[in-house]
Ligand binder design. Structure first.
Ligand code: SOE
Length: 382
């Protein structure tokens, strides 16, 4: 007998679409799962736009006030897809109403808010998860398996980048529907919370905790028109960020994120070098994992480019999709995360990353911003 998980989505932008698509696909591609998402209501301040979104994605109803949505008896799970400054209040009220709470990354504006959110969901005893979707790209999950099997041996280096170029023009405003990410009051930080947070989440997952950080940030465009006031206002976000760190396992980390790398739209890459083997991954070629194993026979030793599309059941998630050799894409990482979440409810287990796990990423990001400001190494509180 299947059970419905009645979803109330807050926000209908880019991430609202990504999550809605994921919920819609889960019953098709994970048909054996007990929990089936049911798109009950979408909430947005503009009723007309919310209605159009509801019709397009299959939501039964709309709300124009998130407080009404989180109070509804016919909603089981609240999914937060609005700018970061709203995550905390929605999550707190949703948890107080006994709802399951999911939120788009980053967890919160800062650690203090994130801590309150963790306490709220833990006090209420409700399931919770943060959408750090890149963990569920099959090639990235395969990287996790290889590392956990010890194939790389002792890890020496972890380096990752997340590079974009969409804010180079000084004409891009801060604030507003698509550009709230440039407004510190709505986003909390710039590339550190938006892009580097992905790198940190994956890094902690693959390589363990981060002990300390030393960072520099830069704001290249100091003033931008604010969408609310229509006037130029100082920019409070970081446009670029570069970080050195030590992991708890003794390896060295090197991270960079920027929106000023002309030519790069969403170049998320990581490379991990271990005693025996190395791995590399690139979001622009996301179905491939590059793998070098020094233990291979010398004559044929070299980088292997593993096309992670084998549905023989041996590569993560791929048995759900097409036939070997046919690849999947970005949106599937969300489908996998939604499916894993539904499965976790069935098992009564937490689904990673929980709010508490995502708080660790938040703490690293906060340490990075503080280190950049003070010009010192910052220890990350464990
Ligand atoms: C920013 O442009 C952005 O959309 C991030 O907010 C997402 O988290 C990232 O996955 C892609 O880039």
């Amino acid at each position: 007998m299947s059970k419905q998980l009645k979803i109330g989505l807050v926000g209908y932008g880019f991430m609202g679409r990504a999550h809605s698509n994921a919920y819609n696909r889960v019953p098709n591609f994970f048909p054996e799962q007990e929990y089936k998402p049911l798109l009950k209501a979408v909430c947005g301040r503009n009723g007309e736009a919310a209605k159009a979104f509801a019709d397009q994605w299959g939501y039964e109803s709309i709300e124009t006030d998130w407080r009404a949505l989180v109070a509804r008896k016919d909603i089981d799970a609240v999914d937060i897809c609005v700018p970061n400054h709203l995550h905390k209040k929605i999550a707190l009220e949703a948890a107080a109403n006994g709802k399951i709470v999911l939120t788009e990354k980053p967890l919160a504006m800062n650690v203090a808010e994130g801590q309150e959110m963790c306490e709220a969901v833990e006090r209420a005893g409700v399931a919770n998860m943060v959408w750090y979707n890149y963990r569920r790209v099959p090639a990235v999950t395969l990287a996790k398996q290889l590392i956990d099997e010890g194939r790389l041996g002792r890890i020496f280096h972890y380096r990752a980048n997340f590079l974009q170029d969409w804010t180079i023009s000084a004409d891009v405003p801060q604030g507003g529907a698509a550009t709230w990410r440039l407004d510190a009051a709505a986003a909390g930080s710039g590339v550190t919370g938006d892009l580097l947070a992905h790198c940190i989440d994956t890094a902690i997952w693959l390589n363990g905790g981060i002990r300390d950080v030393n960072a520099m940030t830069e704001t290249f465009v100091k003033e931008r028109i604010h969408a609310d006031s229509g006037k130029p206002e100082p920019v409070g976000i970081d446009d670029a960020c570069a970080v050195l760190c030590h992991f708890e396992n003794g390896s060295l980390g090197l991270f960079e994120s920027t929106r000023y790398a002309r030519g790069h739209k969403a170049l998320y890459t990581f490379e991990i070098n271990g005693e025996h083997a190395s791995i590399k991954w690139d979001l622009h070629d996301l179905h491939r994992l590059e793998y070098f194993d020094h233990r291979d026979e010398g004559r044929v030793r070299g980088w292997r480019s593993i096309h992670v599309t084998d549905n023989g059941g041996e590569q993560p998630y791929m048995d759900r999709w097409w036939v070997p050799g046919l690849q999947i894409g970005y949106e599937h990482s969300f489908v996998h995360q939604a499916a894993d979440f539904m499965a976790s409810l069935e098992k009564g287990e937490p689904c990673s990353p929980t709010f508490r796990e995502a708080l660790e990423t938040q703490a690293v990001c906060e340490g990075i911003l503080s280190s950049a400001k003070k010009g010192v190494w910052e220890t990350i509180a464990g």
